[in-house]
Ligand binder design. Structure first.
Ligand code: F6R
Length: 261
C-alpha cells in the first residue's frame, strides 16, 4: 500500500491522473474501472485537460463503472450514467461501445450482474480501478458487513450513505435504497487500485483502512491485501494516520527508477 499525501485535493488528483495517463500511454487499450461521487471530479477534469491539451488518446480505452442505482433510467439526471456522461465521457474520446455501467433497470438483476462480471473478464480484467471511500469505509457500494469476497450484485444502502448522497437528490427520501455494485472480490482483482479521499469527513475511515485491522466492518481495509494499491489523500483525509510523517518521507525520497510508478 502506498500512501501519497498532498496539500489539497487538486494536487492529489493531478498525481492520480498522471498514473492513469502513464498507463494509457503504455497500454492504449487499457481497461479502467471508474467511480462516481464528488471525489474523482478533479481527476476527471485533469484527464479531460490532458486529452485536450496533451493529446492523451482514449480512443481504445475501455471502462467499467463500479455501480449504479436500481430504478433509475440511464438518462435520469441523478443516475451514474448521467454523472459519467457529464463529468467525464463528454470531455474525452472513449467510443460509446467501450463504456460499461451496471444497468439500473435490469429486469433480471442476478443475470445482469453475472454478465457484467463476464464482460470484465472478456476485456482481460481491469488494469486500474479508481475508488472513492464512504465515511463508513465502503468502496463501490459495498457497505460495512459486505463479504470481502463478494462479486457484482445488488446491495442495500445504509441510512448513512443515503444521507451522504442526498446532496445529489435534493432530499434523503429521493435516494434509492438499492444499487448494483461491483463486489469487493471483483475490485480486488484489478491490477492497480487508486483510492482517493479528501476532507475531514473521510479521516476516520481512511485511518482504519490504512492502519486498522482488516474487517468487513470497514470494507476499505481489504486494500491492505492488494499488492498494488495507491492511496491519494489531502492533508485533512490523512489527519488520523499515525505514520503520516513516514508516508511523506517515503514519497519524497523515492529512488529515481521508482518515482514514475
Ligand atoms: C461511487 C462509489 C462510492 C463513492 C463514495 C464516496 O461510484 O463507488 O464508493 O466513491 O461513496 O463518495 P464521494 O466521493 O461523493 O464522497
Amino acid at each position: 500500500m502506498e500512501v501519497i499525501i498532498s496539500q489539497d485535493p487538486c494536487s492529489a488528483s493531478i498525481l492520480a491522473a498522471r498514473l492513469i495517463s502513464r498507463l494509457i500511454r503504455i497500454k492504449p487499450d487499457a481497461v479502467l474501472g471508474l467511480a462516481t461521487g464528488s471525489t474523482p471530479l478533479n481527476l476527471y477534469r485533469e484527464l479531460i485537460r490532458m486529452h485536450r491539451v496533451e493529446g492523451l488518446d482514449f480512443s481504445r480505452v475501455r471502462t467499467f463503472n463500479l455501480d449504479e442505482y436500481i430504478g433509475l433510467p440511464p438518462d435520469h439526471p441523478t443516475s451514474y450514467h448521467s454523472f459519467m456522461e457529464e463529468n467525464f465521457f463528454l470531455g474525452v474520446n472513449i467510443p460509446h461501445g467501450n463504456i460499461h455501467l451496471p444497468d439500473g433497470l435490469a429486469s433480471d438483476v442476478p443475470s445482469h450482474c453475472e454478465a457484467y462480471e463476464q464482460a470484465i473478464r472478456d476485456a482481460g480484467g481491469i488494469d486500474l480501478q479508481i475508488l472513492g471511500i464512504g465515511s463508513d469505509g465502503h468502496i463501490g457500494f459495498n457497505e460495512p458487513g459486505s463479504s470481502l469476497a463478494s462479486r457484482t450484485r445488488i446491495k442495500t444502502l445504509t441510512p448513512g450513505t443515503r444521507e451522504d448522497n442526498a446532496r445529489f437528490f435534493g432530499k434523503p427520501e429521493n435516494v434509492p435504497h438499492h444499487v448494483i455494485t461491483m463486489g469487493i472480490g471483483t475490485i480486488m482483482e484489478s491490477r492497480i487500485l487508486a483510492l482517493l479521499a479528501f476532507g475531514e469527513g473521510k479521516a476516520k475511515a481512511v485511518g482504519e483502512a490504512v492502519e486498522g485491522a482488516i474487517s468487513a466492518s470497514n470494507p476499505a481495509t481489504v486494500l491492505q491485501l492488494h499488492p498494488n494499491a495507491k492511496i491519494y489523500l489531502d492533508e485533512s483525509a490523512a489527519s488520523s494516520l499515525e505514520r503520516i510523517d513516514y508516508y511523506k518521507w517515503v514519497f519524497q525520497n523515492k529512488p529515481a527508477w521508482q518515482a514514475d510508478s
